[in-house]
Design a protein around this ligand. Structure first.
Ligand code: AOS
Ligand code: ZN
Ligand code: ZN
Length: 388
């Protein structure tokens, strides 16, 4: 059986996954939000829970924030709190999808007052980034229309570009804007940023500090997502991932749970395109744990990313190129499948032990008593955002 080399292990040691603060809050579907005992009551507790994931895996040193869900009086205090717990604050996510004013749009709205308000919200997010030391502003827009004729799609693209330019102009030298796309929901007819091409067109017109964010759950079923990963890396415009998995639409389930082979294929293209451990490409999770405990849910997620990265590293590139050059279809496919079918878990467990970590982070966390403690101490945890 193929084993991970020292080189592979050192690449894995550098891997860093960014956790979403909202994964630690209660969330659900539009039908019901089920509360989980021990849910954080404020952003400080969300960071504390995220730090647990890092403590047991050493894979998740950064936590992404969502504004206004994570609004606090002192971002400096939040930053110090994170640092005390061994993590840092990462991407700041804006939110233009929960305000009455944004019923018909935000950055693409035809009403100048509403568009101004949405732009100002993003400027506030950049102010926060200055304080938290965050590099990335992530924008996902819930904008679009439900019926043909409802809006002028072309005008909306133009207004969106104008709004983004105003936001982009406020970025510091070390800061970036990443624009996420999603093919539908909440709008069902047209969405203003529905696909990577639109995001790419919008960010390319802004400049070098603007990149595309690829959320793995935001494509039509059957889409070859790894092709998009390859193309964006080729174009130097893949700024970040929102990793999750799905069976149907934007399910936000644990990454690698629904289709580990797809995650493997994506990571294979990341490695091929130089995106692994590349500071230009943030590996974020965008997940909700509706019914399972959140901290173990996040531990499972980062371990899934690590396992599929390890398997993708095992692809024998030389043998693959030789088979490709010889047009040996089945041999080329076999090289990829051999790597995919290799169980890397024993080697990763040994590697963790060498670093003073528990071989099984899930078991170690569950035995630590943290989950029971927070369940007792925290009463009245908040939702991930909705209603918070
Ligand atoms: C929404 O579908 C997007 O995936 C966004 O990334 C969103 O900001 C995130 O899910 C938090 O709600
Ligand atoms: Zn997302
Ligand atoms: Zn989503």
């Amino acid at each position: 059986m193929t084993a991970l080399s020292t080189e592979h292990l050192s690449a894995l040691a550098q891997q860093s996954v960014e956790l979403p603060s909202w994964a630690f809050g209660n969330s659900g579907t539009r039908f019901r939000v089920f509360a989980t005992p021990g849910t954080p009551r404020d952003p400080f507790e969300k960071i504390a829970d995220a730090a647990q994931v890092h403590a047991y895996t050493r894979l998740a040193p950064v936590v992404a924030l969502h504004i206004p869900w994570d609004r606090v009086e002192s971002y400096d205090a939040l930053r110090r709190h994170a640092e005390d717990l061994g993590v840092t604050l990462g991407t700041v996510n804006s939110n233009t999808f929960q305000d009455e004013d944004y019923k018909f749009g935000a950055l693409a709205h035809h009403d100048a007052r509403i568009r101004r308000k949405a732009i100002d919200h993003h400027l506030e997010c950049i102010d926060i980034m200055d304080e938290t030391g965050s590099r990335d502003l992530k924008i996902w827009l819930a904008e679009g229309s439900n019926y043909p004729g409802q809006n002028d799609m072309r005008d909306r693209q133009d207004r969106l570009q104008d709004s983004l330019q105003q936001i982009y102009a406020r970025l510091g030298d070390e800061q970036r804007l990443v624009l996420e796309y999603k093919f539908f929901e909440p709008a069902f007819y047209h969405t203003d940023v529905p696909d990577w091409g639109t995001s790419y067109a919008q960010v390319s017109a802004l400049g070098e500090k603007a990149m595309v964010c690829l959320d793995t759950g935001h494509h039509a079923p059957g889409t070859n997502i790894e092709f998009i990963v390859m193309q964006l890396l080729r174009l130097g415009k893949l700024g970040s991932f929102d990793f999750n998995s799905r069976f149907y639409a934007d399910d936000d389930l644990i990454v690698g749970a629904a289709d580990p082979f797809q995650l493997f294929r994506i990571l294979a293209e990341v490695i091929r395109g130089g995106g692994l451990n590349n500071p230009d490409v943030a590996f974020m999770l965008d997940q909700c744990h509706n019914i399972e405990d959140k901290i173990p849910g996040q531990i499972r997620s980062v371990l899934n990313v690590q396992e599929m990265t390890a398997r993708a590293l095992l692809i024998d590139r030389e043998a693959l190129t030789a088979a490709q050059d010889a047009n040996d279809v089945l041999a080329a496919n076999a090289v990829v499948m051999d790597a995919f079918y290799t169980d890397v878990r024993p080697q990763l467990a040994a590697w963790r032990e060498e670093r003073g970590l528990a071989a099984d982070p899930m078991a170690a966390y569950l035995a630590s008593g943290y989950q029971q403690r927070i369940a007792e101490e925290r009463v009245g945890g908040v939702q991930a955002g909705w209603g918070a």
